[in-house]
Design a protein around this ligand. Sequence first.
Ligand SMILES: [Zn+2]
Length: 165
Amino acid sequence: MRCEVCGKEIRGPPFRKVIEGAKVIVCAQCAPFGDSEWSPAKPKPQVSSKPTRRSEFELLEKLTLVEDYGDRIRQARQKASMSIEELAKKLSEKESVVKKLEKQELVPNDELIKKIKNVLKVDLLEPAETVKSPKTPKPSEGIALGDLIKIDENLSQEKLKKSGQ
Ligand SMILES: [Zn+2]
């Protein structure tokens, strides 16, 4: 390592000095020319995780209950071949609560939404923006869920055929 002021090989420990505003590494002879010392940049503690957490939090805040939560609960329950009684038990709620939920006479609280998500694997929350959007026919309207599954099956069969060739 050479002194950045005199250019001589630095013998002994180098000195980090600020000379005329520039951070230089100098020898012991040139060290007195420096105004002050500087220290090498320390690896900064990772602060990148903070903004991520914040954005996740913001996202959670913007989530709101879907408009058709009653239908979603009922459909998910029927798909799981579960009776209202069974679902009520799994949710540790009364049957009347489940009935009211499906009729949308009862708005589930956060805890209940989580339980429903765990039991029925159905998410009753969606970003708030989509709810505020004017009611327009959904693009998937007219296509029943069964049709979608059929389409999907056909696609995967085609894939199989292609991969088999
Ligand atoms: Zn020097």
